[in-house]
Design a protein around this ligand. Sequence first.
Ligand SMILES: [Zn+2]
Length: 529
Amino acid sequence: MKTLVVLLLCSLSFAQQKPKLIVFISIDQMRPDYFERYEKQFTGGFKRMYSEGIVFANATLNYATSETSPGYATLSTGSYPGTSGILSNDWYDPKTLKRVYSVGDSTALPVEGEGGGYSPKNLMASALGDWLKEESITSKVVSVASKDRAAILFGGKRPNYAFWYDRKTGHLVTSSYYVKTLPEWAKKFNAANWIDANLPPAWNKLKSFSEYDSEGPDDLQGEMVWGVGTAFPHPFVLDQRNEQILTSPWGDILTLDFARAAIDGEKLGKRAATDLLCVALSCTDYVGHSFGPNSHEIHDHLLRLDIALGTFMGEIEKTIGAGNVLFVLSADHAVMPLPEYLSNVKKESARRILVDKEIFPKIAALDTLLQREFKASEWLISRYGFLNYAAAKKAKIGEEKLERMVRDSLLKIDGIVDVYFRRELMNKKTANRPYLGQFQRSYYPPRGEDFQVRYCENCLLTTRPTGTSHGSPYKYDTHVPVMFMGWGLKPARVDREIHSVDVAPTLARILGLKPPKTVDGAALKEISK
Ligand SMILES: [Zn+2]
């Protein structure tokens, strides 16, 4: 009897120990070094996460395709792209060679927005929100982002809601996959026209100009033109504001305000069960793409986001109780500095490779050469990563011979440093070589190409003469923040290497959920009271 009472008390106190609300925040394209660089200037949410949280300083994606869709699918499912099936933002179907958008779904209709319908139908793994709702039917799962793919993949297969920003209307919308109509509180939010009420006439610097000098001049070589120029101020143009807001801090502030409305509207964290709110802040990505991670723009963006996050977190704690909320912060990927910044300021060897000029024509020339050599009547190699094995067979070229020739020829193209073929990516016993594991973990055979290419480090693959990007397996793209704060956790710094795939299993353990056996990540032992 005594044991039973003790057991009962134990399980009761354990139940009470679960957070009432998990706020899982992901900052699109967030680099961990921002926290060090701007530590002295942060006063809000970033400061709190970094100083009061458990900070994993050495967290990486551990897979090759450092893009948004696999980033969110990995954070939510605890599985690599090779398991979740979300191997990139979009891919070419190996059978039809038609482009597939990771969250595209022709059967889903837009609700309140314009354009196509979206859903997680391509997501092959269940996510944290799904595990939570399976275990506790009264728990609510809500996902909010400015990007459709971020909101959808972060939310999992069956959240209560996933909302994203619609560029045409300037509103937060969803699709018929989730609901037929927006909840009343969301309609009310949209009706209040946030942009009219909150967007200033121009994006100006928050602090005095001298406080931004540490990173070099405002007008760095390689920055993209935003509106009228590459330096502050950046005026908003009336008929372009719905689009321009995304390349500004206000796109993220809008998302946070909507997330706050969702907490009130859905009464998140106010019932007996744990709720999950996923918030993806995507505008860091747009600003980073345009100006790079060393720009005054990203610096200012982060200063403003830090303040907005601080307010957001403080208000949640006030309504739900500080000890009842667990905040988690991570990112879908990081970003490469502008190659011009690396070479001019850092004196590192770096360059911009214009794929349309420097890569694709060479692959087309290789195809012509191979066709002529083997008297083949059809294409043999496509720039999208496919080989025409059937045509090669007709021309009496064996599969491995074709691959050897393709590999040798591709390696002669300036910028390409390795080629990984389907058979190598599918076979776990392939002799190890640099980045093979990362490419294997990114590879989902039914959707994968016949070959994947690795480009040189500090080489930006792009179609544009300005701006920067991500997508490589290198550390500048794959080193991400992972932080847990609140719910009575004590601040700590952890230096061992962990991966973004570990976050969802960690939250599952806290909530007593059972993720499927296919999950690739492991619960982080440092996260316990
Ligand atoms: Zn991006």
